[in-house]
Design a protein around this ligand. Structure first.
Ligand code: NDP
Length: 234
């Protein structure tokens, strides 16, 4: 479709699957990385989303190569799990800074071009735990819940300019992030998933591509679960 797409954290995991889904439909796709470079076929821009200057530089590179970003996928994220009573303040703020403030930084920078074009799609990758909470993830769950308020406010502010903002809330997806979980915890999670398996990154990517498509033009401010039924009722 030839649109300019930027996926943060698109060098691996869910972000890479999302980037590939857009590339497969002939969009011009850029991904951020923090030094690893980008897989073949994707434009890599070096960017740590905790640094507004790096975000600005990355957008300038994408704009020069592909034109203003029309589809933004804010996917970069980290975990740093521990129980509340052991969680240090910097552990809390570091996760918030990457997952929530990072999303603000890229949305802020993307909005400029989208407003000028009077068209845009912003998609934020949250998590089922943003809505359900999760023991040991006060920082991560708070950051993912925050994305809902962020996206819905953007949806209200920019809807008149044909800019939509939506949230995708994956359940458990087979990536580096979940690979390190203890086996017991993995089995415990699987018991709660009606579909009895993890998601493949491509199953998240398909929903993101849909939200950026013309078929989703009337969807904004939505939180779309892609979680095998784990969070039903939220
Ligand atoms: P991975 O750990 O596999 O990849 C994380 C990605 O985020 C990497 O590309 C990483 O870049 C990037 N990243 C992290 N911090 C920063 C930063 N400060 N600046 C720029 N890029 C950064 O995670 P997943 O692919 O599993 O997760 C992707 C998103 O999906 C995350 O937001 C995660 O919270 C969310 N999610 C994941 C679930 C899962 O089960 N896996 C479930 C629900 C949501 P680098 O390579 O440089 O480290």
């Amino acid at each position: 479709m030839g649109r300019s797409v930027l996926v943060t954290g698109g060098n691996r995991g869910i972000g890479l699957a999302i980037a590939r889904a857009f590339a497969a439909q002939d969009d011009k796709v850029a991904v951020t990385h923090r030094g690893s470079g980008a897989p073949a076929g994707l434009l890599g821009v070096k960017c740590d989303v905790t640094d507004a200057e790096q975000v600005d530089t990355a957008f300038k590179e994408v704009e020069a190569a592909h034109g203003p970003v029309e589809v933004l996928v804010s996917n970069a994220g980290i975990t740093d799990d521990t129980l509340l009573m052991r969680m240090k303040e910097d552990q809390f703020t570091r996760v918030l800074d990457a997952n929530l403030s990072g999303a603000y930084r890229v949305a802020y920078r993307a909005a400029r071009g989208m407003l000028r074009q009077r068209w845009g799609r912003m998609i934020f990758i949250s998590s089922v735990v943003g809505l359900s909470g999760s023991a040991g993830q006060v920082n991560y769950a708070a950051s993912k819940a925050g994305l809902v308020g962020l996206a819905r406010s953007i949806a209200r502010e920019l809807g008149s300019r044909k800019i939509t903002a939506n949230v995708v809330a994956p359940g458990f997806v087979a990536t580096d992030m979940t690979e390190s979980l203890p086996e017991e915890r993995k089995q415990d999670i699987l018991r709660q998933v009606p579909l009895e398996r993890y998601a493949e990154p491509e199953e998240i990517a398909g929903v993101v591509a849909f939200l950026a498509s013309d078929a989703a033009a009337y969807i904004t401010g939505a939180v779309v679960p892609v979680d095998g039924g784990l969070g039903m009722g939220h």
